[in-house]
Design a protein around this ligand. Structure first.
Ligand SMILES: NC(=O)c1ccc[n+]([C@@H]2O[C@H](COP(=O)([O-])OP(=O)(O)OC[C@H]3O[C@@H](n4cnc5c(N)ncnc54)[C@H](OP(=O)(O)O)[C@@H]3O)[C@@H](O)[C@H]2O)c1
Length: 396
């Protein structure tokens, strides 16, 4: 970004945050409060947690906030500080994403709801700090094309993609041989597959290394999160899926690696703390003195790596399969996965049935070409209807 000159004049980078009450949103505001001279919050969008949204509005004094619906808005309307306006629903989230003063939009809603506001932010010429990987999974080619046309940067927040983004600086694009995404393996890496039918949501919500929202935590337990990240990397870095690999690395210290054509492998390492990749995206191309605990290599040792077990965790294979099919197949995969995770969390689907449901939706929904956002949204709706139908069958 070319606004270093502005900051020299004392201007702060103006942020809009989509999903400010979530795990990434809260970590982002933690960075803002550590560097008030660097960042200013102009707009915040949340879902249902209006008490936290109100606290954030009181503390950071944005011009605009938004929550999921009018009933929720009524609960906080009277307590808003002066100068903060409040809007609701999809229209409210879009207003936050395209706020005229925002320079960088942190896209951190969870799931498919993040796509439209992120796309509209790009249309409005905002740079994007992208946590909402579903945006690229559903509509990667369209989103990246629009970003190029608009001259906006998509800065990765996902720790693996941030690692690759940083490692890629060691060579030219033509010199990249492959990308290696690391995965912790989740809480069930060593648990026998035969017991997966008994996995409870409480067990699946306990990630060994990261504190995250519920949906991504379940995705980590099924390894679908890594599948979604492979798709995200495919479009973000414009490399074919055959050159994107996954290795299990239970310590989550090596966040990902790039292998170059001369055999050199460049990695980014650090303690697992999302504030590091978030701060890198917020301040890019600069680095901030975060003052967090530092990596002690000896204490972190041994660092180990293994192949993912695709038989035990079929979701990873399903994501590669969706990529190979192309078109709207990744959007279908994403929608089926969101429905499966929600059903599992409600206690309506067993853990071992999550990949089964997704696979059946992928088989029954024909993927079409991806020419417009309408194609994506249609595929999303159709896949969810199919998922509900199969869910009813599985429950019967
Ligand atoms: N957490 C991580 O460490 C991490 C790491 C890498 C990537 N990511 C990605 O970042 C995204 C966010 O993850 P997270 O862990 O921060 O999730 P999270 O803790 O569940 O937070 C999700 C946020 O989205 C908001 N939201 C949900 N539905 C909404 C709707 N219909 N309208 C408006 N806002 C809505 C939530 O609002 P309320 O809470 O107010 O309802 C919350 O602010 C996901 O795509 C995830 O894959 C997360």
């Amino acid at each position: 970004m070319k606004e270093n000159a502005n900051r020299a004049l004392g201007q702060r980078r103006k942020l809009a945050i989509l999903g400010s009450t979530g795990s990434i949103g809260r970590h982002t505001l933690d960075i803002v409060s550590r560097f008030p001279e660097r960042f200013e919050v102009v707009a915040l969008a949340a879902g249902e947690n209006v008490s936290l949204l109100l606290e954030q509005a009181q503390r950071f004094r944005p011009r605009l906030i938004s929550c999921k619906n009018e009933a929720l808005a009524q609960r906080i309307k009277a307590q808003l500080p002066p100068g903060v306006s409040l809007r609701t629903g999809k229209e409210g989230a879009l207003a936050v994403a395209t706020h005229p003063e925002a320079e960088l939009v942190v896209s951190a809603m969870v799931g498919a709801v993040g796509l439209l506001p992120t796309y509209e932010a790009i249309q409005a010429g905002k740079h994007i700090a992208l946590a909402n990987k579903e945006t690229l999974v559903m509509a990667g080619p369209l989103v990246m094309k629009r970003a190029r046309e608009k001259g906006v940067q998509i800065l990765p927040v996902d720790s693996e993609h941030s690692a690759i983004f940083q490692a890629l600086k060691a060579g030219r694009k033509e010199e990249v041989a492959r990308l290696i995404l690391t995965a912790s393996g989740g809480p069930f890496r060593t648990r026998p597959k035969e017991t997966f039918a008994q996995v409870t949501p409480q067990e699946a919500l306990k990630h060994p290394n990261w504190q995250m929202g519920a949906k991504i935590t379940i995705d980590s337990a099924t390894l679908m999160n890594k599948g979604l990240e492979v798709i995200e990397a495919r479009f973000l870095f414009d490399l074919p899926e055959e050159r994107i690999e996954v290795k299990i690395h239970p310590q989550s210290i090596v966040h990902s690696l790039v292998e170059f054509i001369d055999g050199s492998v460049v990695a980014q390492l650090g303690l697992p703390d999302m504030r590091i990749p978030i701060a890198y995206a917020l301040a890019y191309p600069e680095r901030l003195p975060l003052g967090l605990p530092r990596l002690d290599l000896v204490q972190a040792s041994p660092l180990t790596f293994e192949e993912p077990d695709e038989e035990k965790f079929p979701c990873l294979k399903l994501a590669y399969e969706a990529l190979r099919r192309g078109g709207t197949a990744p959007a279908v995969l994403n929608a089926a996965n969101e429905e499966a995770v929600a059903a599992f969390l409600r206690g309506h689907l067993r853990f071992d049935q999550i990949p089964e449901l997704i696979s059946r939706v992928l088989e029954s929904v024909e993927s079409g070409p991806l020419n417009s956002l309408e194609d994506v949204l249609e595929a999303d709706v159709f896949a969810r209807i199919q998922a509900q139908r199969i869910l009813e069958e599985l429950e019967a």
